[in-house]
Design a protein around this ligand. Sequence first.
Ligand SMILES: Nc1nc2c(ncn2[C@@H]2O[C@H](COP(=O)(O)OP(=O)(O)O)[C@@H](O)[C@H]2O)c(=O)[nH]1
Ligand SMILES: [Mg+2]
Length: 319
Amino acid sequence: MDVGTLVEQAREGRPRAVARLISLVEGASPQLREVMAALAPLTGGAYVVGLTGSPGVGKSTSTSALVSAYRKAGRRVGVLAVDPSSPFSGGALLGDRVRMSEHASDPGVYIRSMATRGHLGGLAWAAPQAIRVLDAAGCDVILVETVGVGQSEVEIAAQADTSVVLLAPGMGDGIQAAKAGILEIGDVYVVNKADRDGADATARELNHMLGLGESRGPGDWRPPIVKTVAARGEGIDEVVDALDKHRAWMEEHSVLAARRRTRAAREIETIAVTALRARIGSLSGDQHLSALAARVTDGTADPYTAADELIAGLTGEQQ
Ligand SMILES: Nc1nc2c(ncn2[C@@H]2O[C@H](COP(=O)(O)OP(=O)(O)O)[C@@H](O)[C@H]2O)c(=O)[nH]1
Ligand SMILES: [Mg+2]
């Protein structure tokens, strides 16, 4: 099937076309360039929410509950579950599919899991492309769940309009959060598993840590802390409310547009660096590179000068 037809069908909301397009992204298909060009004018309508937190904290359960809440409000929802540590989709995310299974037959919901380790450029490259597909397919809200470990959480936060950081009592999350720099990335904090002992203490500790080093002005956003029992859907309306408020605040202060520009800039950079690296890689046996290497080994050129020449040569031969 040609790209134009596929994009047209995805735009109409046909799930198989959406799935095919995301597969093209995941497989870094040669058609990707054409796909992205066709999707570009159709994007920008979706609100992207990132959910991060340690494994087991309740991200998938919360995502599923949020899907229910948004569906009740008549919104179309996309879910992207990203596992940056795995080269395979499906593995660690199998349990997630089970937790999302109640939405599997809903035509207003797209659920997709995605592995990124096999990718050049990893999460920073693949996730935004998949988000574009869901956006063009008419999703009003896209929930991006990351199996969170350190850097990937920061990466996903950079791709979302609003970042939700989840914690749960008794997971030693407080200390981990501080270590992982999570305290800088959350727009909304959720203390899930509030049915367990220690939820209040976790919320208090978090509130304390968020207040440390605080230098917010009157118009600044103060990340709220919401307690939930995602497994029973409790507190989910409050999370939706916090997300709505954050979105409204961002629009009011032109933060949303700025964040999206930052995101696009990073995306362009990642694609450019990946392309350059691929071009250099394909040069390893190249005569020009060998000649430069010979000049460096015999001392007639320094490696910086040689690198400059290499880069100049690469960009000179661009199509
Ligand atoms: N007690 C309790 N368990 C929960 C709650 N939310 C989720 N869980 C359970 O915690 C486990 C991990 O949840 P999951 O959503 O897969 O976490 P994820 O790894 O962050 O996606 C599952 O067994 C859930 O049923 C909650 O609010 N209370
Ligand atoms: Mg999960």
